[in-house]
Design a protein around this ligand. Structure first.
Ligand SMILES: Cc1cc2nc3c(=O)[nH]c(=O)nc-3n(C[C@H](O)[C@H](O)[C@H](O)COP(=O)(O)OP(=O)(O)OC[C@H]3O[C@@H](n4cnc5c(N)ncnc54)[C@H](O)[C@@H]3O)c2cc1C
Length: 373
């Protein structure tokens, strides 16, 4: 079988990897260089964690996601992941952390609750201002995202059955007939066409625009004061929700940056526009950091980075068969990377006849085993 993949982010590359491992011929098209620094997948790190609020279906998929990454590490000959554990915090009426803990308990993965007096003893760099509850689980960590994407490009480039076409934007797709036309006017045919075009996908598949919305997000990289660097490099990932602001913190593992972001969807912006950001637009997040992180007045903003989520109304992934020969692959809503390797392997299996398309879409949407806990 010959597969055409559009998009050289983690989803397109992982699907190409999954199909190539099964012996299929793959031709992958990327509009920019490979890898493309504007892709959502191209940031220093992305988090993987079991706590998932009430989305039990996704929480259940995390073990499979780890197994898929392990297979990738084995193919790449290197492990591009650093464990950190996961600290979930809540306050001011927000209850994401407790709901996550309850959901995980129901599937046999209990979190440990830390009291507000225990929290600063165990994590001396944290303040308890504005916090009410804290839960810990040993699992979870940091995927070295842009290193993974770069390594996948190199690995696939060395496979005889894979052709990578960087700097080749696709202009139109015909998912009924398995045909694409590039911006330069070349036509390519495949037995299957997978559109994994991230925040640009609605341009190729206008029907998706009703359901998948590009969402401009800003993250902040910090330079830490000398006396905190070593401790934070061993620090936990933090997912915090205190009513109006929700933040996540990525510790600076393996010499990578210290990053903080919020998970508030802007639901606006154009992935093709210039990517500028001002510190002033991050005021609420910086204020929250000031309450939560000890010595934050000595942290220096190193840079702001603009990136795009592709957001659905219910934050579930869209991976659906379209036309006789096509797949729309949009697993994002700001939480897709951790499932990248798994999404690629599973879609390759389904395309090979391993599962029907409707069942696949339900699984990717996190609906399998997602009942009441
Ligand atoms: C700030 C931020 C923080 C995040 N944090 C996390 C996290 O902690 N954990 C987590 O699991 N996920 C996280 N995510 C989400 C995750 O990064 C995305 O879900 C994932 O990277 C999406 O991968 P993708 O391959 O679908 O899209 P992309 O990586 O954007 O790749 C799509 C590719 O398609 C190409 N393309 C588009 N149109 C065309 C065309 N017409 N022709 C050819 N090529 C085209 C693009 O150039 C791009 O390279 C975060 C995202 C952001 C922005």
């Amino acid at each position: 079988m010959k597969a055409i993949v559009i998009g050289g982010g983690i989803m397109g590359l992982s699907t190409a990897w999954g199909l190539a491992r099964r012996g299929h011929e793959v031709e992958l098209f990327e509009q920019g260089p490979l890898p493309n620094p504007l892709a959502s997948s191209m940031d220093e790190h992305r988090l993987i964690r079991h706590p998932y609020g009430t989305h039990v279906g996704y929480a259940r998929m995390i073990d499979d996601a780890y197994a898929a990454w392990d297979l990738l590490w084995s193919d790449l000959g290197q492990t591009l992941y650093e464990p950190s554990g996961t600290l979930a915090l809540s306050g001011n009426g927000a209850d994401w952390a407790e709901r996550s803990a309850a959901a995980l308990a129901s599937i046999g993965k209990p979190m440990t609750e830390l009291s507000m007096s225990e929290l600063p003893r165990r994590f001396p760099l944290l303040d308890t201002k504005g916090l009410e509850r804290a839960f810990w689980i040993d699992t979870g960590g940091v995927l070295l995202a842009q290193d993974i994407v770069t390594a996948l490009v190199r690995h696939l480039g060395a496979q005889a059955n894979v052709t990578l076409r960087g700097d080749t934007p696709v202009r139109t797709v015909d998912l009924e007939h398995g045909r694409i036309v590039t911006k330069a006017g070349a036509t390519h045919d495949g037995d299957v066409v997978i559109v994994a075009a991230g925040a640009w996908a609605p341009r190729l598949l206008p029907a998706l625009a009703m359901r998948v919305v590009p969402s401009r997000q800003v993250v902040i990289y910090f330079d830490l004061p000398e006396d905190q660097r070593a401790a934070w490099a061993r620090g936990p990932m933090i997912i915090e929700k205190t009513g109006d602001v929700g933040l996540y913190l990525v510790p600076p593992v393996r010499g990578r940056g210290m990053k903080v972001g919020d998970h508030e969807f802007s639901r606006s912006g154009d992935p093709a526009a210039t990517r500028d950001a001002q510190e002033s637009e991050m005021r609420a997040l910086l204020d929250r950091c000031g309450n939560l992180l000890r010595g934050f007045d000595r942290w220096q903003v190193r840079n702001l980075k603009v990136c795009f989520y592709s957001v659905t109304g219910d934050e579930r992934f869209v991976v659906e068969k379209q036309g006789a020969k096509g797949w729309a692959m949009s697993p994002c809503s700001g939480h897709g990377f951790k499932f990248g390797a798994l999404m690629g392997l599973e879609l390759a299996q389904t395309i090979d006849g391993g599962r029907d398309a409707t069942a696949h879409a339900r699984w990717a949407a996190g609906l399998v085993g997602d009942g009441p806990t």
